[in-house]
Design a binder for this molecule. Structure first.
Ligand code: SAH
Ligand code: SF4
Ligand code: F3S
Length: 440
């Protein structure tokens, strides 16, 4: 028997890329590939790339430089670029990096097996189409790997919002929602494979409006309520949301659906109305705060996280102070902040970029405020009882790690624990990025 070919996938960027990498591995499984954890042992390397900031895209080219020598060691090795850099740069990658054998965009990876065959026949295929067929339905059925306890499930993809700084509407295309029936089928399949927590994914997930089983469009809230009926699915999350799509029924679901976890990633980007307008966010800071207030009315313990961009073109000191004020008003469980990065092809890229010293100083100040908030929230958990879904063994002997309802990583050392257990835990200690606790 010949040994199966080995596939190594390196994933950059957002959770949707993580999900896509799993689906690509399944697709290649149908062509006889098994996954491996080391590029050195691979016959095919796929870089599933991100184009969101300049640094993210540049990383791909430096990684290619590092991988190049592996081709001398293994003449069978083929290298492919997938994801959002593939979509944005397409054939340009082939010109810039002769080491690359195939380029496949986020909407065509169901065609990977055919592309792989073309590569083995000596071609260098590029496919960055936005095809009319549904890639999820056209994925070859590879061996269905067991999943962990928590899994992602893409329900909506693409974005029509066109924030002035963002490449996603170009790399992922127009907003498309998957039909509810297919999502429910996939969710049941995940649960049958041991998954207990599902995070619904979409670039603009709360804009979900897929075809429902009654022929009408379903909202995300409707979909969540339907998923909550799956008995052995214990927890539901969703990400990423836009403030303008936080509809009444979704807010209500946070108060009514027990399985919907009290955690929400709701990016706002800036606290200044002037900058929000220039960003084409189409909402004000006050609107954002009002949405959170309504959510906290129905779910007072809701944990909130966000994203921020500092140094958007035209941002002055007062605008930046407004962002700090908003952060202080919200009390984030966690937040990501980024220096503005001009992306070719986006409207904001036409505007002059602020000096890097200003960007650095603002990022530093914002992160200090966020870190302090995060620490306070975490320390306030000590002494409280939370529910933890245990996922895997941690570093210390006998220790397991899992997630609280609020998405805190929680460590417990107890021989009675195994992955997949849902237990009440008393928090005893707050560490840098996690909590320690004991079983109740
Ligand atoms: N769909 C999500 C976010 C997608 S990108 C949303 O609407 O919020 C993830 C984060 O990257 C964004 O929230 C933003 O904070 C950041 N980001 C996007 N484009 C950027 C750019 N050009 N420069 C810096 N940060 C950027
Ligand atoms: Fe990008 Fe804005 Fe769409 Fe989010 S909502 S993906 S930031 S364009
Ligand atoms: Fe990056 Fe594409 Fe996700 S640009 S953030 S991988 S949608």
């Amino acid at each position: 028997m010949t040994e199966p070919r080995k596939l190594f996938i390196k994933t950059y960027g957002c959770q949707m890329n993580v999900y896509d990498s799993e689906r690509m591995a399944e697709a290649m499984g149908a062509s006889g590939y098994v996954t491996t954890d080391t590029p050195e042992s691979a016959d095919m390397i796929l870089l599933n790339t991100c184009h969101i900031r300049e640094k993210a895209a540049e990383k791909v080219y430096s990684e290619l430089g590092r991988l190049k020598p592996l081709k001398d060691l293994n003449p069978e090795l083929k290298i492919g670029i997938a994801g959002c850099v593939a979509q944005a740069e397409g054939a340009e990658i082939m010109r810039r990096a002769p080491v690359v054998d195939l380029v496949v965009g986020p909407q065509t990876y169901h065609r990977l097996p055919a592309m792989e065959a073309a590569v083995r026949a000596g071609e260098r295929p590029v496919d960055t189409e936005f095809p009319s067929e549904d890639k999820f339905e056209h994925l070859p059925k590879g061996p269905r790997a067991g999943r962990g306890v928590a899994a992602f499930l893409t329900v909506q993809e693409g974005c029509d919002k066109f924030c002035a700084f963002c490449v996603v509407p170009y790399t992922r295309g127009a907003e498309v929602s998957r039909p509810a029936e297919r999502i429910l089928r996939e969710a049941r399949d995940l649960v049958a494979r041991g998954v207990r927590e599902i995070t619904l994914l979409g670039q603009n997930v709360n804009g979900y409006h897929g075809e429902g089983m009654d022929g009408r469009d379903w909202s995300l809230a409707r979909l969540v309520r339907e998923l909550a009926e799956i008995e052995d699915l214990w927890r539901i999350r969703y990400t990423t949301s836009h403030p303008n799509d936080m509809t009444d029924d979704l807010i209500a679901a946070h108060g009514e659906v027990d399985k919907l976890m009290p955690y929400l990633h709701l990016p706002v980007q800036s606290g200044s109305d002037k900058i929000l307008k220039a960003m084409n966010r189409k909402h004000t800071a006050a609107h954002y705060l009002a949405v959170l207030e309504r959510l906290r009315d129905v779910r007072p313990d809701l944990a909130v996280s966000g994203d921020f961009i500092v140094g958007f073109p035209g941002e002055d000191d007062a605008d930046f102070e407004a962002t700090l004020d908003l952060v202080r008003a919200v009390g984030y469980h966690s937040a990501f902040s980024f220096k503005y990065s001009a992306r070719p092809g986006t409207p904001a890229a036409e505007r002059p970029v602020l000096p890097d010293v200003i960007l650095n100083a603002r990022l530093h100040r914002l992160q200090a405020v966020i870190t302090q908030q995060q620490r306070m929230v975490q320390e306030s958990m000590v002494g409280r009882d939370v529910t933890v879904l245990f996922e895997k063994a941690a570093r210390m002997p006998g220790q397991m790690v899992g997630k609280s309802d609020y998405l805190h990583a929680v460590h417990v050392t107890d021989d009675a624990l195994a992955p997949g257990m849902l237990r009440r835990v008393r928090i005893t200690e707050s560490m840098t990025n996690s909590l320690n606790g004991v079983l109740l």
